[in-house]
Design a binder for this molecule. Structure first.
Ligand SMILES: C[S@@+](CC[C@H](N)C(=O)[O-])C[C@H]1O[C@@H](n2cnc3c(N)ncnc32)[C@H](O)[C@@H]1O
Length: 212
């Protein structure tokens, strides 16, 4: 792969895959609650085809799979290490409804209008080119489909700045996480914002987009 930034993402997350789950759940129980809230906003129907963009260790895949009967959820990621963890994390009874694929979210192999809904959790702040990610997400989502995004970003209220500065410092130490990205700078005209909630003094958001 020619793009050095993507090689960096792969190296970083392959390495992190060994301790990602314990690190994440160690940070707080709230991060699990936020992910559950994001999944709720997807409003999954039993026959939906859902894409988890930058699935990582696949934390949300079982919560989506349990709502499906004939539908399926596909988790994609660049890191095979993270996908290996995701494979271990899927309970046996959901394995027939979950697919895992190595895919670059900035250049997906899926056909246009393939998915009823998409979810991206802490992915916008990680991908090398967020504009391409958003273009691709718009392309593969069906018209009328929902795209739920949970991520960190600059606060919408002044009171969030102390938390935000602390988060930026931690992100810098952690490396390669761009929490200074503003989602609104990347939303394509084909999307409409139909829901937005903010947490952690407005530094964490769940935004629900609908494709026209
Ligand atoms: C911060 S992790 C979040 C993982 C998961 N969504 C979660 O909630 O824990 C971001 C993930 O995005 C993946 N990623 C980054 N750039 C990507 C790209 N261009 N295509 C696919 N996955 C990518 C990383 O490998 C990593 O697993």
């Amino acid at each position: 792969m020619a793009d050095k930034r993507k090689e960096k993402v792969i190296r970083r997350y392959d390495k992190m895959s060994k301790y990602y789950d314990s690190l994440d759940s160690g940070i707080s129980k709230t991060s699990e609650n936020l992910r559950k809230e994001a999944v709720k906003s997807l409003n999954v129907k039993p026959d939906d085809t859902v894409l988890d963009v930058g699935t990582g260790s696949g934390v949300v895949l079982p919560w989506i799979a349990e709502k499906l009967t004939i539908g399926k959820v596909i988790g994609i990621d660049l890191s095979t290490g993270m996908l290996e963890k995701a494979r271990e994390n899927i309970p046996d009874n959901f394995k027939d409804r979950v697919e895992l694929k190595v895919e670059d979210v900035e250049a997906m192999s899926f056909e246009d209008n393939s998915f009823d809904s998409l979810i991206a959790i802490y992915t916008l702040t990680t991908v090398p080119n967020p504009k391409k990610m958003m273009e691709e997400c718009l392309r593969v989502l069906k018209p009328g489909g929902i795209f739920v995004m949970l991520d960190t970003g600059p606060p919408s209220k002044m009171r969030g700045y102390p938390v935000y500065l602390w988060m930026r410092l931690s992100a810098a130490l952690f490396g390669y996480t761009f929490i200074n990205r503003k989602l609104k700078d990347y939303i394509q005209p084909g999307f409409e914002i139909i829901g937005e909630e903010r947490f952690y003094a407005t530094t964490v958001y769940i935004v629900v987009l609908k494709k026209h």
